[in-house]
Design a protein around this ligand. Sequence first.
Ligand code: SF4
Ligand SMILES: [Zn+2]
Length: 315
Amino acid sequence: MPDGYDRRTIIEHRSSKNRLDPFVPYHFLHEQEPGLTGSVETVNTIFLTSKECTYTCLMCDLWKNTLDEPLPENAILQQIDYALKRLPAADAIKLYNNGNFFDTKAIAPADYPAIAGRLKSYKRIIVENHPHLCNHSCIEFSKLLNGKLEIAMGLETIHPASLPKLNKQITPEDFKRASAFLQQHNMDTRAFVLLNPPYIVNPRESVDWTLKTIQFAFNCGVVRCTVIPVRPGNGIMELLWKNKVYTPPSLDMLEEVFDKALLMQRGQVFADTWDISFLSECSYCFEKRKKRLENMNLSQQIINNIPCTCRNKYE
Ligand code: SF4
Ligand SMILES: [Zn+2]
């Protein structure tokens, strides 16, 4: 990879993976999300236990909940059944496999009809996929569904020095092409955008590039952007932090990006609030501020900022 860390070095810095059962999803939950028409939709999310993604991105920690080998036959279907038996009815469903749904080593194309059969009651189906894997398989799967397929792709950043070093192996143009292809075939697209990816160390610049990346994603026609604060914890990120080419973002930064991205009024924006305690040093206001972000995710409206007297502003 250009002037960065290769796959071998990234893997060498890892700790061990979590032990997972190939017949049980490693997590599932029922939540709410705003629909595109303004109403609130219920969403079931199943985190499938799947084979590890082949891309090995620098900032990725999703490998922790993956398997090294392809799954036994029928395992994905059994996982979906396991979760659906325990989840209530919902408007939409996310099938996230910590990788790419259309990676044939993770989800066998032969399983698409049986998977689609289990999703008949859902009006929106969301899966994750890499821009390079947006091909005819997406169309085939989409045609099997009753509901509309939405494909979530990591755009990560359009920063010209950061993106090539993430090992994602895409350019912004690749993302644009993949989005156009999916939209032409009647699928919606969603972008994952990073806050503080490696190699953007100035906090002000980092906020600006996250906003530019969100603008770019909306220009590509995505209907939703999810902002993900980049966390340490995958091994190589600790080394990057030590080498001063990465710093964890702050809650202030996430709040600023979220407010400004909503003000763009180009589409829906979500702040990823999963495990974000690393963003704040203040235990007094953290939970309230996290709740504010969650409420904004649902309402898509800016809510009054929660003042923190101990806040170390990053400017
Ligand atoms: S493509 Fe996605 S799942 Fe795969 S390594 Fe990159 S960030 Fe992780
Ligand atoms: Zn505080």
